[in-house]
Write a protein that binds this ligand. Structure first.
Ligand SMILES: *[C@@H]1O[C@H](CO)[C@@H](O)[C@H](O)[C@H]1NC(C)=O
Ligand SMILES: *[C@@H]1O[C@H](CO)[C@@H](O)[C@H](O)[C@H]1NC(C)=O
Length: 169
């Protein structure tokens, strides 16, 4: 009887610890916010040969101080959100992760003049707030860039296609 009770107590204590731990993990207070995690996921598919994105530190509370990352100021009601990613000419290779589209306030995405390859994620054509997408001068799969150029977009599709295919200034 006593042994059974103490067994239950041990289980209860373990459950409590797991609960507390998962609270901290879900709360994100042990690292960068959700947008930062989306960016780190995106970085996971990139090869940064010259370590130019070394400021992308998962211990920062927000990604707003990271190289090439620009945020809205934020206020009492909303935290700062990523509005612009300026990652042109950083000698980046690898592929573009669709997780970039999870940045709900992203308006400007510049990945031009890198060595990115593979397929463009289909999501990129319909990132909700994207106004400007510069992907020219990379090595993306040609058919995919053509398809993206014709995808429904919030930005002017013709302009987007020109930017993607690199035919615009
Ligand atoms: C890195 O990129 C720049 C501009 O695209 C280029 O001039 C330079 O040669 C590249 N460096 C290497 C080592 O590839
Ligand atoms: C990104 O990397 C993950 C893990 O290595 C992989 O499963 C996924 O297919 C990659 N995504 C792209 C778009 O390359």
């Amino acid at each position: 009887m006593g042994r059974l009770q103490s067994g239950f107590r041990i289980i209860a204590v373990h459950c409590f610890l797991v609960l507390v731990l998962s609270f901290f993990l879900l709360d994100g207070s042990l690292g960068v916010n959700l947008e930062g995690r989306y960016l780190l996921k995106m970085k996971g598919n990139l090869t940064d040969s010259f370590n130019l994105l070394s400021s992308w530190d998962s211990n920062d509370p927000t990604p707003c101080s990271w190289r090439g990352v620009y945020c809205s100021p934020g206020d009492h009601y909303s935290p700062p959100a990523v509005t612009s990613l300026n990652l042109g000419s950083l000698n980046l290779s690898g592929s573009l992760s669709p997780s970039v589209c999870k940045l709900g306030s992203l308006a400007f995405l510049d990945l031009s003049f890198n060595k990115l390859s593979g397929n463009l994620p289909a999501e990129i054509g319909s990132c909700s707030n994207l106004q400007s997408l510069k992907l020219n001068n990379n090595q993306f799969d040609g058919q995919a860039t053509h398809r993206i150029g014709q995808a429904p977009v919030s930005a002017d599709p013709e302009l987007l296609q020109q930017q993607v295919l690199g035919t615009a200034p």
